[in-house]
Design a protein around this ligand. Structure first.
Ligand code: FES
Ligand SMILES: [Fe+2]
Length: 357
């Protein structure tokens, strides 16, 4: 996709076929998603030694069966497939104590995936070997959040560093998950179109008539980093903004929201009430799931400012994105250009897509 040029003024968007082609959709499982980092869960699911959490790498998309375990306080991620005949080892989150035992023929592993024992295998050549252990996959914890990858193209630090520098003054480890305020949305559009829409504030005054009252739209800006970017939501009044400490580079600014995007499909939106994590999962060329996970810091601030009424904002975004999905399939549409001030984030995303695909 060489059409995406580093100079935003000379560049065009990715060709529209990317948003509806079944072939492209299948290709990016391997060429893109298997090579990058994914948010998995929070570490509260793995607080004690022996706790385990089975997961598909990307449920409904890249269905590699994996397993997180806590071994003496260290969290590991590994294959959840028995090295004997391929049975799934752990089906539901549970405490394994010290061993993973396969329920098919009794093979045992330690909680780090090392082979321990197999019944009726006396005299077998080259046994046990390295291949009898469960393969580990890269996994990192940031604050309370667990990320993993199958075969990452770049180190986790390159994904997370900029967000870490900017928001670490907040007590993110102590934010509390709210099931009641978390939900999944299904959108009849391509996952990248949903990201495109998130990555520009250009549409806010047109699509979000209520939200725009809480934001100082004229001060909209985006900062581009290597594999992430940050849109700053500047507040209109003092009730709905962060109380930013002196050490932060944002001290003195009226910030109502930090909208961080992590390549390729993760959004970390920080508000004075806490954090809304949005994970964009492709389910089909024209079907996407967006998982909204809410982590509360200060519940007294839930209903004020840019972080209030997120459900309404989401529905407005979905409506427009579904409409664009119909439009990009038109024989008369193929590519557009970018606004150099308002669409730097979309351009950044398309440049990364063209770099990695
Ligand atoms: S498949 Fe696990 S012991 Fe046979
Ligand atoms: Fe929007």
């Amino acid at each position: 996709m060489s059409v995406v040029k580093p100079n935003i003024k000379k560049s065009k968007t990715i060709p529209s076929e990317f948003y509806y082609s079944r072939i492209k959709f299948e290709e990016i499982k391997e060429t893109l998603f298997s090579k990058h980092w994914q948010f998995i869960c929070d570490n509260k699911k793995l607080s004690n030694h022996g706790d385990s959490f089975p997961y598909d790498f990307i449920e409904g998309f890249v269905e590699e069966p994996l397993l997180l375990t806590n071994q003496n306080g260290i969290i590991n991620s590994m294959s959840n497939v028995c090295t004997h005949r391929g049975n799934i080892l752990v089906e539901t989150p549970c405490n394994l104590k010290d061993e993973i035992v396969c329920r098919y023929h009794g093979r045992k592993f330690d909680t780090c995936g090392k082979f321990l024992f197999m019944p009726k295998y006396e005299g077998i050549e080259n046994f046990p070997s390295e291949n009898d252990n469960l393969k580990k996959n890269p996994c990192h914890i940031w604050k309370q959040f667990v990320f993993s990858s199958l075969n990452p193209k770049f180190p986790f630090s390159e994904l997370i560093n900029k967000m870490n520098e900017r928001v670490s003054w907040m007590p993110i480890e102590n934010f509390v998950f709210s099931k009641q305020r978390s939900r999944d949305y299904i959108v009849n559009a391509n996952w990248a179109l949903y990201c495109d829409n998130y990555l520009e504030g250009f549409h806010i005054p047109f699509v979000h008539k209520e939200l725009v009252k809480n934001l100082n739209y004229t001060e909209y800006d985006i900062e581009i980093f290597k594999y992430s970017n940050l849109q700053l939501g500047i507040g209109q009044n003092n009730e709905s903004i962060f109380n930013i400490p002196k050490g932060s580079k944002d001290f003195g600014k009226k910030i109502a929201a930090y909208y961080f995007w992590l390549f390729p499909n993760m959004m970390f939106n920080f508000y004075p009430w806490g954090l809304s994590i949005n994970i964009v999962t492709p389910l089909g060329p024209e079907k996407t799931k967006i998982k909204f996970l809410s982590y509360i810091w200060d519940k007294t601030k839930l209903n004020v400012g840019a972080g209030a009424n997120l459900d309404k904002v989401e529905q407005e975004d979905e409506k427009i994105v579904e409409q664009v999905q119909r439009g990009v399939k038109s024989r008369y549409y193929n590519q557009g250009q970018f606004s150099p001030t308002m669409e730097k984030g979309v351009h950044h995303f398309h440049l990364l897509l063209s770099k990695f695909i």
